[in-house]
Design a binder for this molecule. Structure first.
Ligand SMILES: [Zn+2]
Length: 67
């Protein structure tokens, strides 16, 4: 079991990437960064990639709001 960490090139969010065998329902599916909405690779050869958000990017405080 291998862990692969991936950094979104756009916002720096950290994802854990898991390769899964492409099933019959695994069609080309666009995956986007949950943080910035940028495109992520959804497929690697015959595997599909699943992204699990590990760490949100450190965004410089653009008007902090608490609550
Ligand atoms: Zn991103």
């Amino acid at each position: 079991m291998s862990k692969t960490l991936f950094n979104c090139p756009n916002c720096g969010a950290v994802y854990r990437v898991i390769q899964a065998e492409a099933g019959p329902e695994s069609k080309d599916r666009e995956i986007t960064c949950r943080s910035c909405g940028g495109p992520l690779h959804g497929r690697e050869g015959s595997f599909v990639l699943k992204y699990f958000l590990v760490e949100r990017p450190r965004i410089q405080a653009l008007g902090r709001r608490s609550g």
